[in-house]
Design a protein around this ligand. Structure first.
Ligand SMILES: Cc1ncc(COP(=O)(O)O)c(C=O)c1O
Length: 411
């Protein structure tokens, strides 16, 4: 029952005395059902409810040198179901297994899928470490929210990932450069062809042991600037890690490969702003025309750039360690024209991609408008000095050689 005073006030605003003429509109009540909203609170992710079913047939470990990215998986997987009515159900670690989904499941039709890429490392004392897992959790939550999938409490999910990683830790090779690639994934699982928010979802994690991206040392790559397709645009979803962002990037990559380039470089707009390289963030080092001051540049997070964990780490370390050496470290827009001009004037010192897979990937040249833009490496060099230094800084933290708050111990 509504109190009389409330019922009385639910009349048309125009019936109230007023000196000026007003357009009739209903008064609006806020929080009428506040108590109902608090009743329907969904269950959050609860790591204390985890059950573990160990695999009855543990796999044989491969020789680390033979590992190919994303081909082999560990014994187990972590999975947590969500339903609109009940929230997050009890987490489960089970033997690695197929999923069974109805052909009408919404993930297959409308791409309700987002994912993360992160790694677990073994340090020289055999301890397992994660690198900035909070960043991956924040990004996954942003991606999920953008496609109407549920979000979760980040520290609870990290706790579960730690338990999963520990259980399968025998798969992490101990040599530097090797790691266990973790793939948290969320999919909409409702069986419906109706286009709407999924009423159920599955959050799961699988893991794959991986070797170094460049097993025999850096190999500088050549890029083709793509001018006929765009990866991301303002107001789009290129800053989210949605599976739907990746499939359309394969054809431009194949085209670049067919002309002898290892990756394509994504440009945006008539200005030909440089955005990302393949599935990495792009960094360049330019020398100032007048002063000769070195500037480390990457594109700003304007909605077209994925918020790379490596990107953020490179920026933070460069601000801490390069600025005292007289460098400028800048997040700003820059164009192919600017790179070309700098290259011709000998001011393009180096260029590299940055991402979890390789940490850094040095770039030799960029094919653009029928010519090659030289990115500053000598013919005999496979990496510039900055890319080498950055890789060393980040690896030292990842493998626990340098104690740092970014490296989170699992046990
Ligand atoms: C489009 C894109 N940009 C950048 C990155 C690098 O991000 P991170 O450093 O978090 O691996 C990735 C890798 O996941 C990516 O897919």
């Amino acid at each position: 029952m509504r109190p009389a005073s409330l019922a009385r006030s639910a009349v048309w605003a125009a019936t109230r005395p007023s000196r000026t003429f007003q357009v009739a509109r209903p008064l609006r009540f806020f929080s009428i059902k506040a108590e109902a909203a608090s009743d329907s609170k969904q269950k959050g992710l609860d790591p204390s409810k985890l059950t573990i079913t160990e695999s009855p047939s543990p796999k044989q470990l491969s020789q680390p040198e033979t590992l190919v990215f994303g081909r082999e998986f560990t014994d187990h997987m972590l999975a947590i179901e969500w339903t609109q009515d009940n929230g997050w159900l009890d987490p489960k670690i089970t033997p690695y297994q197929n999923l069974s989904l109805d052909p009408a499941t919404c993930v297959f039709h409308y791409a309700f899928e987002c994912f993360e890429g992160m790694k677990a490392y073994k340090d020289k004392n055999g301890k397992i470490r994660l690198f900035r897992p909070d960043k991956n959790m924040a990004r996954l939550n942003k991606s999920a929210a953008r496609i109407a999938l549920p979000t979760f409490e980040p520290t609870s999910f990290v706790e579960l990932i730690k338990k999963f990683t520990k259980l399968d830790s025998r798969f992490i090779p101990s040599q530097r450069g090797y790691s266990l690639y973790l793939r948290p994934t969320m999919i909409g699982t409702q069986k419906t062809l109706g286009v709407g928010p999924p009423g159920s979802a599955l959050l799961y994690v699988i893991a794959s042991p991986v070797g170094p991206y460049y097993p025999t040392g850096f190999k500088a790559i050549s890029l083709e600037a793509t001018d006929y397709a765009v990866r991301a645009w303002p107001g789009g979803v290129g800053d989210k890690k949605l599976g739907a962002n990746y499939a359309p990037c394969i054809v431009p990559q194949l085209q670049a490969a067919s002309r002898g380039y290892q990756q394509n470089l994504w440009l945006f707009g008539e200005e030909e702003y440089v955005t990302e390289v393949g599935t990495m963030n792009m960094f360049v080092v330019l020398k100032d025309k007048q002063t000769g001051q070195k500037e480390l540049i990457t594109a700003p997070l304007d909605g077209t750039i994925l918020e790379g964990v490596t990107r953020d780490s490179v920026l933070a370390l460069a601000r801490e360690r390069l600025i005292p050496e007289g460098w400028k470290v800048t997040e700003r827009k820059y164009t192919m024209r600017e790179l070309d001009e700098a290259s011709q004037e000998g001011r393009l010192v180096e260029a590299f991609g940055a991402g979890t897979a390789a940490i850094v990937s040095p770039i030799r040249k960029i094919a653009w408008k029928g010519k090659h833009v030289d990115c500053g490496l000598k013919e005999t060099e496979e990496s510039g000095e900055t890319a080498l230094r950055v890789k060393e800084w980040i690896e030292a933290i990842q493998y626990g050689e340098e104690e740092h708050e970014w490296s989170v111990q699992v046990d």
